[in-house]
Design a protein around this ligand. Structure first.
Ligand code: ATP
Length: 853
C-alpha cells in the first residue's frame, strides 16, 4: 500500500488512469467501512446503502473531495482515513475478544455447578442442612429473646424517662418558683435597703492588663446574685476561698454600657430632686478612673459613668420638655494634698476653697467654686476634658497615669414643673477617689510620696467615718479630712449613695483586694435613712406665706414694744411691786397706750390681754402645717425664717402671743440615730418665744436647773445622748436662732447646765450670753443683784434689751441664782461665770463648733 502511494505520488495527475486508481482505493476502503457499518454508514453526510460496491454518488463525492487535491494531500487524507479504519478494526477486535471470554466464563461456571450438584452426597447435605436449620432456629430464638428483652428494657426506660421527666418538670417548676421568690426577696430586700437608705455597693473587677500574668487570678467566680468568690492558691483549707456579697458584681468582661445601665435609675432620680452621690473606691490602678470617666472621651463606647450620666440627663430633660423645665450646671473640683481646688479655674491662681455642709440648700458643698451651666453633651465633653486636663496625675510604678487627687464632678439639676410651679433641686456628685497605695510598691518618692501620704490619710479617715456610721456611733469624725467633710452630706445625710469598689484580679494584689472588699462590706451595712427629694411644693409655698404673715405680725409687735418701753419709762413704775409690775408690763403689751392702773388680779388680766383680739389672727391651719416639718433641718429652717433678724426689734426681744405657741416635731421614720435626735425634739415643746417671764417661772427655772445638774451625772447614756443631741441645734444657731428655737427658760437652762454650758456658745457667744443675762435679770431681785445684772447687761453698748430697761429700778424679792443653783447671790457677783464667760474674757469667742452626729 505504501509503495502504491509512493508510486501514486510520483505519477499523480488527475487523469483517467488516476481515476481508475482512485476507484480502486475507494472500493477497498468502502469495503473496510462496510464491514463495520452493516446497515448504513454516514460519510460526509451521504447515506450509503448496505452494499459491497461503492455507489456512484460515493465515487462522485470522493472525486469531488479529492479532485482538486494534489497527490501529497490525497496521500495524507487517505493515510488518515486508513489510520482511522485500522483503529476501528482493532477496537472491534478487542470487543470481540472480550465477548468471547465472557461467553467462555459463563459456560465454565455452568459446567462447574452442574458438576458440584452431581458430586455432593445427598445424606451429608441433608445433615448439614439440618444442622444449619437448627442453628438458624436457635439464632432466631435468641434474636426473639433479645427483641423481647429489648422491648421490655425500652418500656422500662420510657417509663423511667417519663418519671424522670415528671420529676424534672416538678423540679423546674420548683426552681422557677424559687427564682420568683428569690427575685421577690431581692426586690423586697432592695426596698428595705432603700427605706433604710443603705449605701449601695457595686463591685467591678478589672481585666488583666497586657503583660500581666493572667493564669493566676484571685477572682474565682462572679455570680449573678451579687457575690464574688476570691481565691488564693497559696492558702490552704477554708482560708483559700472567701465569698463577698454586694448589690452587684461586674466581672472583667463587663462593658461600660452594662455598668452604666445598672446605675442609670439612681442617676435619674436627680431630676426628681434627690441628692445622689456615686464614688469610686479601690486600690491604685484598679480601674476607678476607667469606670467614672473611661479611658477615652472621644469614643462613645468607652464613655464612663460621668459622660453617660450627663448625656442621659439631657435626654430625659428633652423627653420631659413639655412638663418640666430643667437647668443643669456642673462644678468640678479636686482635693489635692488636703486642699480644695477648682478644676474649672483657668486663671492659674491657687485659691483655696472651703467645704460647707448642710447649710447649702442648693446642695453645693463648695459653693465658691465655679458652677457652669451646660445645655448639651458637647458642653459637658468640653468642660470635662478641661477639668480632666487640670487634674493632678502622675506616673507611679503601679499606674502610669495615676490620679493623685480626689476629683468631684457635681451636677446640679433644678427643675420647674410647668403646671404647678413646683421646684425640684437635685445634686449628683460623681467622685473619683485617688487610689490607696502601698508606697513600697508604688515606689513613690518626693512629691509622689507626699501625695500618697495625703491620699492614704484621707482614705483612712473615710474608713473611720464608715466604721462610726456602721456602728451607729454618736460621734462621726467627718472633720478629720477634707474628703470626709466633702462626703458628709452624702454619707450622713439624706442622699442616695453608691460606691463602686474596684479590684485587680492579679495574685500580687491579693492583700489589697481583701482589705478593699472587707471595707466595701462594711460600707454596705451603713444605713443613711430614707432619701428625701428636695421639692418646693404647694404646701411649702403656703407655709412660707404663713411665715411671712408671722414676720409681719412680729414686726408690728416690735413697734408696739418700743412704744411701750417709752411709755413705761415715762410713767416711772419703780414704785410698783415687782411682780405686779411685771404683770402690768405684760398686760400693757397688748393694750398698748391704754395702761391699766387698776388693782385687779393681774393674772387674769394678763391672760386675757395676751389672748386679746388685738393680736393679728393666726392662720388656723398653722398647727397642722407644722406637722409638715418632719426633719430637724426643715424645722431649723422654718424657725430661722419665722424669727428672722429682720422680724426682731432692735431690742432683740420678741413677743408672740399666739394660740399656737406649742408645736411638736414628730419623727416616725429615720434611722435609730435620727430617732434619737427627733426624740430629743419630741421631749421639747418647741415654742414661740416667750421672753417675758414672771417671777414664778424663774423659780421654776432655778428648780429645774438644780435638779438637772444634780441628776445629770446619774443619767444613763441614752438620756445624756438625747441631751447632747440638742447641741448641734443650739451650737450652730445664732442667738436669734436660739430664740427662734424658743425653748422655755426651764428647758434651755436645763440643757445649758446639764452640759456645763460651754457647748452652747459659738462665735456669737457674747450675744448668747447676753441673752442668758437678760433672762437672769428677771431673777435678780435685790438692788445689789440688780445692779450686777444691770452692769452685766449694759456692759455691751447697743444691747438695750427691753427687760434691761424695764427693770432698771429696785426689786425687793429674794435673790434667785439662776446660773448657780442653790446660791442666793448673783452669779457674776459671786464670781461664778456665765457659760462661755471665761472664753469671752480671754478676748476670743469660743468658735469650736459641734460635730454633728
Ligand atoms: N474595666 C476595664 N477594662 C479595660 N481596661 C481597664 C479597665 N479598668 C481599668 N483598666 C485599665 O487599667 C489601667 C488603670 O486604670 P485606672 O487608671 O482607671 O485606675 P485607677 O484605679 O483610677 O488608678 P489610680 O488610683 O492610680 O488613679 C488603665 O490602663 C485602664 O485603661
Amino acid at each position: 500500500m505504501a509503495k502504491s502511494l509512493k508510486e501514486a505520488q510520483r505519477t499523480w495527475t488527475f487523469s483517467d488512469s488516476n481515476v481508475a486508481w482512485v476507484e480502486h482505493i475507494c472500493y477497498k476502503f468502502v469495503d473496510t467501512f462496510m464491514t463495520k457499518a452493516k446497515n448504513a454508514v454516514v460519510i460526509s453526510g451521504f447515506r450509503i446503502p448496505n452494499t459491497n460496491l461503492p455507489c456512484e454518488a460515493l465515487l462522485k463525492v470522493v472525486m469531488a473531495v479529492l479532485g482538486d487535491k494534489n497527490p501529497e494531500e490525497v496521500a495524507m487524507l487517505v493515510e488518515s482515513m486508513l489510520n482511522k479504519a485500522i483503529k476501528e478494526c482493532s477496537n472491534q477486535l478487542v470487543e470481540l475478544r472480550e465477548q468471547g471470554r465472557e461467553r467462555e466464563r459463563e459456560g465454565s461456571l455452568e459446567q462447574f455447578s452442574k458438576l458440584q450438584v452431581k458430586d455432593i452426597d445427598p445424606t451429608h447435605l441433608a445433615a448439614r442442612l439440618g444442622i444449619q436449620d437448627k442453628e438458624l432456629k436457635e439464632l432466631k430464638f435468641a434474636l426473639e429473646a433479645i427483641r423481647v428483652q429489648f422491648k421490655k428494657a425500652q418500656h422500662d426506660w420510657s417509663q423511667q424517662i417519663a418519671a424522670i421527666d415528671g420529676k424534672l418538670h416538678g423540679i423546674s417548676e420548683v426552681a422557677a418558683e424559687y427564682q420568683k421568690v428569690a427575685a421577690e426577696n431581692r426586690e423586697l430586700y432592695n426596698i428595705i435597703q432603700e427605706l433604710k437608705g443603705n449605701i449601695r455597693v457595686y463591685c467591678r473587677v478589672r481585666p488583666f492588663l497586657p503583660g500581666q500574668n493572667s493564669y493566676l487570678s484571685t477572682v474565682e467566680s462572679v455570680r449573678d446574685d451579687g457575690s464574688i468568690v476570691i481565691f488564693n492558691p497559696l492558702k490552704q483549707g477554708k482560708e483559700q476561698r472567701r465569698v463577698f456579697s454586694f448589690n452587684k458584681v461586674f466581672g472583667p468582661s463587663a462593658t461600660q454600657e452594662r455598668v452604666f445601665l445598672d446605675t442609670q435609675p439612681l442617676i435619674r432620680s436627680v431630676l426628681d430632686g434627690y441628692n445622689v452621690c456615686i464614688f469610686a473606691y479601690g486600690q491604685t490602678g484598679s480601674g476607678k478612673t476607667y469606670t467614672m470617666s473611661g479611658p477615652n472621651s472621644t469614643s462613645q463606647d468607652d464613655w464612663g459613668v460621668n459622660y453617660r450620666a450627663l448625656n442621659d440627663l439631657f435626654e430625659i430633660c428633652e423627653l420631659r420638655r413639655k412638663v418640666m423645665q430643667y437647668d443643669i450646671s456642673v462644678q468640678m473640683i479636686e482635693i489635692y494634698n488636703e486642699q480644695v481646688r477648682d478644676l474649672f479655674n483657668m486663671d492659674g491662681s491657687n485659691k483655696k476653697f472651703e467645704i460647707r455642709n448642710n447649710s447649702q440648700q442648693n446642695g453645693l458643698n463648695v459653693p465658691d467654686a465655679k458652677l457652669l451651666p451646660v445645655t448639651s453633651t458637647e458642653d459637658v465633653l468640653h468642660l470635662m476634658d478641661l477639668g480632666q486636663s487640670n487634674r493632678a496625675v502622675g506616673a507611679t510604678a503601679l499606674n502610669e497615669r495615676s490620679s493623685r487627687s480626689h476629683s468631684v464632678l457635681t451636677v446640679h439639676a433644678k427643675g420647674v414643673d410647668l403646671a404647678s410651679g413646683c421646684v425640684t433641686r437635685g445634686c449628683l456628685h460623681l467622685i473619683d477617689l485617688a487610689g490607696s497605695e502601698r508606697v513600697d510598691k508604688s515606689e513613690a518618692t518626693g512629691d509622689r510620696l507626699k501625695e500618697a501620704q495625703h491620699i492614704n490619710k484621707s482614705l483612712s479617715a473615710l474608713g473611720d467615718v464608715i466604721a462610726a456610721l456602721a456602728q451607729k456611733s454618736p460621734h462621726v469624725p467627718y472633720r478629720n479630712s477634707k474628703l470626709t467633710q466633702l462626703l458628709q452630706d452624702s454619707l450622713g445625710g439624706q442622699a442616695k449613695t453608691l460606691m463602686f469598689v474596684h479590684i485587680s484580679p492579679d495574685l500580687e494584689s491579693y492583700g489589697e483586694t481583701m482589705s478593699t472588699l472587707k471595707f466595701a462590706e462594711r460600707v454596705a451595712t451603713v444605713e443613711l435613712g430614707a432619701a428625701h427629694a428636695n421639692k418646693d411644693n404647694g404646701d411649702v409655698k403656703e407655709l412660707k406665706n404663713q411665715v411671712a404673715f408671722l414676720k409681719d405680725a412680729l414686726a408690728k409687735k416690735d413697734v408696739e414694744i418700743e412704744l411701750l418701753q417709752e411709755e413705761f419709762r415715762l410713767r416711772g413704775l419703780e414704785t410698783m411691786h415687782d411682780k405686779q409690775r411685771a404683770k402690768a408690763l405684760m398686760a400693757g403689751l397688748s393694750t398698748m397706750n391704754k395702761p391699766d392702773h387698776s388693782d385687779s388680779p393681774m393674772d387674769e388680766k394678763l391672760d386675757s390681754k395676751i389672748m386679746s383680739s388685738q393680736d393679728p389672727p393666726v392662720p388656723s391651719n398653722l398647727n397642722s402645717s407644722i406637722g409638715f416639718y418632719k426633719t430637724e433641718a426643715a424645722m431649723k429652717q422654718w424657725a430661722s425664717e419665722a424669727i428672722s433678724p429682720e422680724s426682731q426689734s432692735s431690742s432683740g426681744s420678741v413677743l408672740v402671743a399666739s394660740p399656737v405657741s406649742t408645736m411638736r416635731i414628730e419623727s416616725k421614720t429615720g434611722s435609730k440615730k435620727n430617732k434619737i435626735r427627733h426624740d430629743s425634739f419630741d421631749e421639747l415643746d418647741l415654742m414661740f418665744p416667750r421672753h417675758v417671764y414672771g417671777y414664778e417661772e424663774m423659780v421654776e427655772v432655778e428648780k429645774a436647773v438644780t435638779t438637772s445638774s444634780r441628776n445629770f451625772s446619774n443619767r444613763d447614756e441614752s438620756s445624756k445622748l438625747s441631751g447632747l443631741n440638742l447641741l448641734p441645734i443650739v451650737k450652730s444657731s445664732s442667738t436669734r436662732d436660739l430664740r427662734a428655737l424658743s425653748l422655755t427658760p426651764v428647758q434651755l437652762m436645763t440643757k445649758i447646765t446639764a452640759d456645763g454650758g460651754e457647748n452652747y456658745f459659738t462665735e456669737d457667744d457674747e450675744t448668747i450670753s447676753s441673752y442668758s443675762e437678760a433672762d437672769s435679770w428677771h431673777t435678780a431681785t435685790t438692788d445689789h443683784d440688780m445692779s450686777a445684772a444691770s452692769h452685766g447687761h449694759r456692759r455691751k453698748e447697743g444691747n438695750k434689751g427691753f427687760r434691761g430697761q424695764q427693770f432698771s429700778g429696785h426689786i425687793s424679792k429674794k435673790p434667785v441664782g439662776l446660773l448657780t443653783p442653790g446660791r442666793s447671790e448673783s452669779p457674776r457677783k459671786s464670781g461664778t461665770s456665765l457659760p462661755g464667760e471665761a472664753k469671752r474674757r480671754g478676748g476670743k469667742a469660743a468658735t469650736k463648733m459641734p460635730v454633728s452626729t
